[in-house]
Write a protein that binds this ligand. Structure first.
Ligand code: ADP
Ligand code: MG
Length: 614
C-alpha cells in the first residue's frame, strides 16, 4: 500500500466520512475508483514519532470526479489535500489455518497481538496480519501433479487443532486448472505449497492462505459455476435447550433472532447456545456492546470447558467491537465474522454464527447513512435497512461442497430494541427475514423464568419445515404433540387473565385444571437452570423421554375433584419433575423421582424403566 499510486486527495471531512477529489491520469481521465474498494488516506501531519499513518477506508459512493469513503479509524488531523492511495482491493480478510481460537477486531486485527505490542487499542493507521505468518503447518498434499481442479477443490490439508483444514484452490479462480508442482512439508502460511496452470496456460503459486472480500459470500462463485450447491436445511440444530429444541427449533443452516430488552438474558442465552449446540465451529460477533461486556466475553469464554472435550476456544473465533471503536469498523465486523464462517462451511463443517447485537450493527449503518445525508427511512434508519438485513441473513444456509460434503452456517442474531419495543424497524426487518423468533420478555426475566423466552409471542417455521426429520427421529406424532402442548400454554394464559379479574372462584374446575397444567409445563419444561450441571443441557433423547412422560402426567392423572386437590397434585408433580431435571440418567435419584412421578399418577411402573435401558 505504501507504493500504491496516489489517485485522489481529501476534499472534505465529516467525522469518519471523508470526501475525495479524484486525480486524473495522463489522458485527463479520472482514476477509476469502485464502490467498496479499500483506499488509504495518508495524513501529511504525522504523529509525534514521525511515522507515516495509513488510514484504512472503504469507498461508499462514487460520483463524477468525487467519492465518499468511510474511514475505519479516527479522522483527527486529516486535512484537505492529503494524498489517498488506492489498494485495488475490496475490504478483505485472510483465510487459512490459524483462524480458530483467535480474537479479532472487525477488520481481522488479532486483539491479543495488539494488546501485547501496543496496549489494548491499536495505534491509528496500523494493521496487523490476521494469520500468524511465523507458525508452521504440516501440509499433506491430496492431489498429484497433473490433477485437474477447479475453484474450491482441495489440493491438500493441514491439521488445525482437532479439525482437518482443507487448503482449497482460490475461490475466485476461473475455469479448470492443472497442478504442475506440489510438495509435502511443514511451512508457514505464506510459503508456496503448489503451483497451478490456469486455462490460459499461466502459472500461479498457491500458498495455504487466500484473501477474500467480506461483502461477497465465499460460496458465491462456486454456486454460480455449480461446483457447490445450496440445499434446503433438513435437520434441526440441537441446542440442548428444551424450549428451543422442542418448541421453537432452529435448523442447521437456518436463521433465528433473539430480541429482548436490556438485561432479559440475550447474552446468557447465546452463550448457552454456543456452548452446547451440536456444531463444529462457533463464531461469535460481539458487535458494539459496552466495552466491559466484551472484555468479559474475551476473558471468560476461552476458559470454559467444551462439552466435547478441550476448551471452547479451540473451536471458536471471536470478533469483537466495542461501542468505543469507530462506527465503520463496527459495521464491517459482522461481515468479517460471516466470511470466516463461510470458509469453514465450505470445508464441510457445521458453523454457528452468533451476532450480539445486530442493533448496534444497524445503528452503525444509520450513523453512516446520516453522515452521507441519504434520505432516511423509519426512525432515521436508511431506507435499505430491510434489504441489508435480508442480505445478511441470506448468507446462512446449507451447502453441498465440491466434494459432495454438507456444511452449514446457522446465523442467530440478537436485537436490543430500546425499551423492549419490538415494533421498531430493526426488530421488524429481522422478523421478516428469519425463520425462528425467540422473543425475550422483561416480565419473565423479572420473575426469573429463564430462559426468559416468551412462548406466547415466539414462533418457528422449522417445526413444520423439518417435520420429516421429527417424524423419523422422534416419532410421527411429535409435531402434533408439540403443537398441542403449545396450545395448552395459550389456554393457560387465557385462564390466568380471567382469574386476575374474577379470582380463582370465578373460573370452572376445568379451566383451573388447564391453568395448572400450563403452569406445570412452563415450570418444568420451558424453564431450565443454566447454572446446574445436569439441567443446563438436555439431549434431544432426554427431551423426548421427558416430554412424553410430562404430557401423560398432564392429561392422564387421577381424577381431581376440587381446586385444592388440583393445586396440591400439580404442586407435587412440579416439584418431582424439577428434581428429575436435576438428576443424571441412571442415578439412584433419577430412579427415585421417576418412580414417584409414576406413583403419584397411578401409572403402572414398568419392570425396567425406559431410562434404564438407555
Ligand atoms: P442482555 O444481554 O439481554 O442484556 P444478559 O444475558 O446479560 O442480558 O442477562 C442479564 C442477567 O440475567 C444475567 O447476568 C443473569 O444474572 C441473568 N440471566 C439471564 N439469563 C439467565 C439464565 N438462563 N439463567 C439464570 N440467570 C440468567
Ligand atoms: Mg447482552
Amino acid at each position: 500500500m505504501k507504493d500504491a499510486q496516489i489517485t485522489a486527495r481529501v476534499a472534505g471531512v465529516r467525522d469518519d466520512i471523508v470526501t475525495l477529489r479524484l486525480e486524473t491520469d495522463e489522458q485527463g481521465q479520472f482514476y477509476p475508483l469502485i464502490k467498496n474498494e479499500v483506499v488509504y488516506i495518508c495524513p501529511t501531519r504525522t504523529p509525534a514519532d514521525g511515522r507515516q499513518e495509513y488510514l484504512q477506508a472503504e469507498v461508499l459512493r462514487v460520483r463524477h470526479g468525487e467519492a465518499d469513503v468511510q474511514v475505519f479509524e479516527n479522522t483527527r488531523g486529516v486535512a484537505i489535500g492529503d494524498p489517498v492511495r488506492q489498494s485495488g482491493q475490496m475490504l478483505s480478510v485472510t483465510l487459512g489455518p490459524g483462524l480458530l481460537g483467535q480474537v479479532y477486531d472487525g477488520l481481522q486485527n488479532p486483539l491479543e497481538i495488539i494488546a501485547s505490542q501496543h496496549g489494548f487499542f491499536l495505534p491509528r493507521g496500523l494493521q496487523v496480519e490476521g494469520i500468524d505468518s511465523q507458525k508452521q503447518w504440516a501440509f499433506q498434499p491430496g492431489v498429484k501433479v497433473g490433477a485437474r481442479l477447479k475453484a474450491g477443490d482441495p489440493v491438500g490439508h493441514v491439521q488445525e487443532g482437532r479439525f482437518k483444514h482443507k487448503i482449497m484452490v482460490p475461490f475466485n479462480q476461473m475455469g479448470e486448472v492443472e497442478i504442475t508442482w506440489i510438495q509435502e512439508a511443514t511451512f508457514t502460511v505464506d510459503t508456496p505449497v503448489a503451483r497451478i496452470r490456469d486455462h490460459r496456460g499461466k502459472e500461479h503459486e498457491l500458498t495455504m492462505q487466500q484473501r477474500w472480500p467480506v461483502r461477497i459470500p465465499v460460496c458465491q462463485p462456486l454456486l454460480a459455476q455449480r461446483f457447490s450447491e445450496r440445499c434446503y436445511p433438513e435437520q434441526p440444530l440441537l441446542t440442548s435447550i428444551r424450549l428451543i429444541d422442542t418448541f421453537f427449533p432452529v435448523a442447521k443452516g437456518g436463521t433465528a433472532c433473539i430480541p429482548g430488552p436490556f438485561g432479559a438474558g440475550k447474552t446468557v442465552l447465546q452463550s448457552l447456545i454456543s456452548r452446547f449446540s451440536d456444531v463444529d465451529i462457533v463464531v461469535i460477533v460481539a458487535c458494539g456492546e459496552r466495552a466491559g461486556e466484551v472484555v468479559e466475553t474475551i476473558t471468560e469464554f476461552p476458559a470454559l470447558p467444551d462439552p466435547k472435550g478441550g476448551t471452547l476456544m479451540d473451536r471458536t473465533i471471536i470478533i469483537c467491537n466495542t461501542s468505543s471503536m469507530p462506527v465503520a469498523a463496527r459495521e464491517a465486523s459482522i461481515y468479517t465474522g460471516i466470511t470466516l464462517s463461510e470458509y469453514y462451511r465450505q470445508m464441510g463443517y457445521n458453523v454457528l454464527v452468533i451476532a450480539d447485537s445486530t442493533s448496534r450493527w444497524a445503528q452503525a449503518m444509520r450513523e453512516t447513512s446520516g453522515r452521507l445525508e441519504e434520505i432516511p427511512g423509519e426512525e432515521a434508519f436508511p431506507a435499505y435497512l430491510d434489504s441489508s438485513v435480508r442480505t445478511l441473513y441470506e448468507r446462512a444456509g446449507l451447502i453441498r461442497n465440491n466434494e459432495g460434503e454438507y456444511g452449514s452456517l446457522t446465523l442467530i442474531g440478537t436485537v436490543s430494541p430500546a425499551g423492549g419495543n419490538f415494533e421498531e424497524p430493526v426488530t421488524q426487518s429481522t422478523l421478516r427475514t428469519v425463520k425462528t423468533f425467540l422473543g425475550l420478555s422483561a416480565d419473565r426475566a423479572y420473575k426469573r423464568a429463564y430462559p426468559a423466552v416468551d412462548p406466547l409471542i415466539s414462533w418457528s417455521r422449522y417445526l413444520d419445515q423439518l417435520s420429516n426429520w421429527y417424524g423419523e427421529n422422534l416419532g410421527e406424532g411429535w409435531v402434533k404433540d408439540v403443537k398441542q402442548m403449545h396450545q395448552l400454554l395459550v389456554q393457560g394464559e387465557d385462564v390466568q387473565q380471567m382469574m386476575q379479574v374474577t379470582g380463582e372462584e370465578g373460573v370452572t374446575l376445568d379451566d383451573f385444571l388447564t391453568y395448572n397444567r400450563a403452569q406445570c409445563l412452563d415450570q418444568v419444561y420451558l424453564q431450565q437452570d443454566a447454572f446446574d450441571d445436569v439441567d443446563a443441557s438436555t439431549s434431544m433423547q432426554r427431551q423426548q423421554t421427558f416430554f412424553k412422560l410430562l404430557k401423560r402426567c398432564l392429561y392422564e392423572h387421577p381424577h381431581l375433584d376440587d381446586k385444592d386437590k388440583t393445586r396440591e397434585h400439580f404442586t407435587r408433580l412440579t416439584g418431582l419433575f424439577r428434581n428429575l431435571n436435576y438428576s443424571r440418567e441412571g442415578s439412584p435419584d433419577f430412579k427415585r423421582y421417576w418412580n414417584e412421578i409414576h406413583q403419584l399418577n397411578h401409572f403402572p411402573l414398568p419392570v425396567a424403566t425406559e431410562t434404564d435401558s438407555q
